[in-house]
Design a protein around this ligand. Structure first.
Ligand SMILES: [Zn+2]
Ligand SMILES: [Zn+2]
Length: 330
């Protein structure tokens, strides 16, 4: 029966309802006034929405196992590896950088806003590199492989991506004086919102969210980010506040006349776990092998995806420029 117990614990943990169950068990509702109590109530929101999304798709007979299979397999794979490396990486960065931070902020609302803006900047840095440096794209492309948008996409990540993202984000925040408790709260909000923006058209047809879209990174913006249409490629890197996309010129609203095509541009099988998980690494390896000279081989690792030693580049910016020129031609 140990296997049933393990499965039960996995389910409780996936649904994020352990705190909620504890609340019902003890009847101590005053904990809802504490931060932990509130977080305990928010945690199950995304898994619950995912369940609703799947049930709705089933009811309307739109459920296709392929839309959920790969993210689910990746979730299971990561569950056992990624989390532990990530926690160790965060602890290591805090230990390393907290001592040398020039100042430390206090836990007030205005410093919280400061902390959040710094976190969003750090997220932008990690995410931008994930798209513009080939080796990092190998880690990040797993998240972009799904060809349909739904909440399960939030779980589709290469197992080394979370530790790499957390090293960059934690280091920048700690160096900028954000204290660990505030950082953990920000991470929680960021994680919850970062999951929500993957809500599929099944639940939220129009993800624009009205006036909020002025400062908030809405599901609509993130759908654009997951698109392989030339105009949409490599845009909207932020997670909750869209300020840094506006600052760095990567902001792109959804255009009514351009229907989003989800996925990545290379030929691939989105239903094959190994192609989704390791396909980009394999392509990089093939490019490195055929590149002449050590210099070119190294450049393949650090240049943007699509860069070629022959000069015939197919990077996102080259593809976008060509497409815009074509559209502007009479
Ligand atoms: Zn991305
Ligand atoms: Zn995403």
């Amino acid at each position: 029966m140990a296997i049933l117990e393990t499965l039960y614990q996995e389910l409780i943990s996936f649904l994020g309802i352990s705190n909620l169950l504890e609340l019902f068990r003890t009847g101590n509702y005053s904990s809802l006034l504490t931060l932990n109590g509130i977080l305990g109530v928010i945690s199950p929101v995304i898994p619950l929405l995912l369940l609703i999304e799947v049930v709705r798709a089933l009811v309307y007979k739109r459920f296709k196992i392929e839309d959920y299979k790969i993210p689910f397999l990746i979730f299971v794979l990561n569950r056992f590896i990624s989390r532990f490396i990530s926690i160790a990486a965060i602890a290591f960065c805090i230990g390393l950088f907290e001592k040398i931070a020039p100042f430390q902020v206090s836990f007030t609302w205005y410093w919280f806003i400061y902390g959040y803006v710094v976190w969003e900047f750090a997220h932008f840095v990690y995410h931008y590199l994930g798209h513009k440096v080939r080796i990092f794209w190998c880690l990040h492309s797993t998240h972009h492989a799904p060809t349909h948008m739904n909440l399960s996409v939030t779980y589709a990540h290469f197992f080394l991506e979370a530790p790499y993202a957390d090293v960059i984000r934690t280091s920048i925040c700690i160096l900028a004086g954000v204290k660990p408790p505030m950082l953990f709260l920000i991470m929680f909000i960021d994680g919850t919102w970062g999951s929500f923006i993957h809500v599929g058209e099944n639940i939220m047809k129009d993800g624009r969210m009205g006036f909020l879209s002025r400062i908030i990174l809405t599901p609509s913006y993130h759908r654009v980010h997951h698109a392989k249409n030339p105009l949409y490629m490599d845009t909207n890197f932020c997670n909750l506040l869209n300020i840094w996309d506006k600052v760095f010129g990567t902001f792109q609203p959804e255009q009514k006349e351009i229907k989003i095509a989800y996925g990545i541009t290379r030929e691939m099988d989105p239903g094959n776990l190994w192609d989704v998980y390791l396909g980009e690494l394999y392509c990089l390896w093939k490019d490195i092998r055929k590149a002449p000279g050590i210099g070119n081989k190294l450049l393949y690792i650090v240049m943007p995806p699509g860069w070629s030693h022959t000069g015939d580049h197919k990077t996102a910016s080259v593809v976008k420029k060509a497409s815009l020129a074509e559209a502007a031609a009479p």
